[in-house]
Ligand binder design. Structure first.
Ligand code: FEC
Length: 324
């Protein structure tokens, strides 16, 4: 980023997005399915999951708003007020990624950094967000640099480790009686043919958190696979829990490391579905508190934004193209 004129740098904070109301669920689901409307049965299934979760029907929207405000505050603290200006860009709901970039253009922003509210890179997740943001930025003549990953940032690992430690206390008894089950959103299994780093990065985050907390008993599992008729990465958390019950494990602390917010995939898939299954198997299941706007998480995000802006500025000065 060219630091000489000190014009504000736009920060596009990208998140998955959630409907604004129950009436908006169909349009949201159709967007996720790339323009193909869900069947009545699929729509009813998704609507009933939203209705079942605690903490409001669509907590992701409020949580994302809070995260964006907290990141703005952290950037103001670190770089001076107004040096960086945050905008929101959602993948499947308004304001869409393209809306966020258009708002920057209207405000006269010429340089931007993009960051996604999920720590690990996959071409199917972060790669998709950054591609859309880059294309929109190019159309508006905005120089754009994307943060691809921050899955090993020390402040992120510290924040997750603190939550594992307090989560273990929730389950009571000696910590070595509990198995820590790291989890993340599954992806279609064809990702394996693309040499994608997603799985490795999730395991790296899990290993770093395990080391930071000194836990010996941990495993990784997938969750929230879609119903697309294609195979998804497994084992799924429900099968993993069945296997653990067979091995005599009685206490499990689920630690989602690919999600950063309270939302449907945590509040339904873990807190309702996995918990119910665990209870049937005689397992006590607890979950770590999500990061939401945790100050250490904000530090990891702000640091990654500043690093990307600096990298981009160095490249600008040396005449090279910014890295995506
Ligand atoms: O709280 C909320 O309203 C939104 C919760 C939510 C998050 C989330 C994160 C990720 N997804 C990822 C991949 C896929 C792929 C498909 C897919 C489908 C859905 C559906 C809902 C949904 N996802 Fe999601 N995802 C969330 C919600 N996701 C609802 C549709 C019904 C269902 O399957 O349950 C399949 C698309 C297709 O049909 O082809 C693939 C990935 C993440 C984590 C990274 C990120 O946050 O971007 C990867 C939160």
């Amino acid at each position: 980023m060219s630091g000489s004129n000190r014009a504000p740098v736009g920060v596009l904070v990208m998140s998955y997005g959630t409907p604004e109301s129950l009436e908006g669920v169909e349009a949201y689901y159709t967007h996720i399915r790339r323009g193909h409307p869900p069947t009545a049965e699929q729509l009813e299934d998704l609507t009933s999951r939203y209705q079942a979760i605690v903490g409001g029907v669509f907590p992701l929207r409020e949580n994302t708003n809070r995260q964006v405000a907290a990141l703005q505050q952290k950037l103001d603290e670190l770089a001076g007020p107004g040096r960086y200006v945050c905008y929101q860009g959602l993948k499947h709901a308004a304001p869409f990624i393209e809306d966020g970039i258009a708002a920057m253009a209207e405000d006269g922003i010429r340089e931007a950094v993009g960051i996604v509210l999920t720590p690990q890179y996959s071409s199917m997740s972060v790669g998709g967000y950054l591609k859309r943001a880059e294309e929109a930025a190019a159309a508006h003549g905005i120089a754009f640099a994307g943060v691809q990953r921050y899955h090993l940032h020390p402040a992120l690992i510290e924040a997750l480790a603190e939550r594992v430690t307090s989560g273990l206390a929730k389950l009571q008894g000696p910590a070595d009686e509990t198995l820590v089950l790291f989890s993340a959103h599954s992806l279609p299994a064809r990702i394996l043919e693309l040499n994608d780093p997603y799985q490795d990065e999730l395991l790296e985050t899990s290993r770093a958190v395990a080391q930071a907390t000194g836990i010996a008993r941990w495993q990784f599992t997938w969750q929230s696979a879609g119903q697309t008729g294609q195979p998804w990465l497994g084992p799924d958390i429900l099968d993993t829990l069945s296997g653990l019950a067979g091995e005599g494990v009685a206490k499990v602390l689920v630690t989602p490391v690919g999600f950063v917010s309270d939302h449907l995939e945590v509040l339904y898939d873990i807190d309702i579905e996995a918990k119910r299954h665990a209870a049937e198997l005689g397992i006590s299941l607890a979950r770590i508190d999500m990061l939401n706007d945790d100050p250490k998480y904000m530090e990891a995000l702000a640091d990654s934004v500043l690093e990307a802006a600096g990298r981009s500025e160095a490249q600008h000065l040396s005449g090279g193209a910014p890295e995506a």
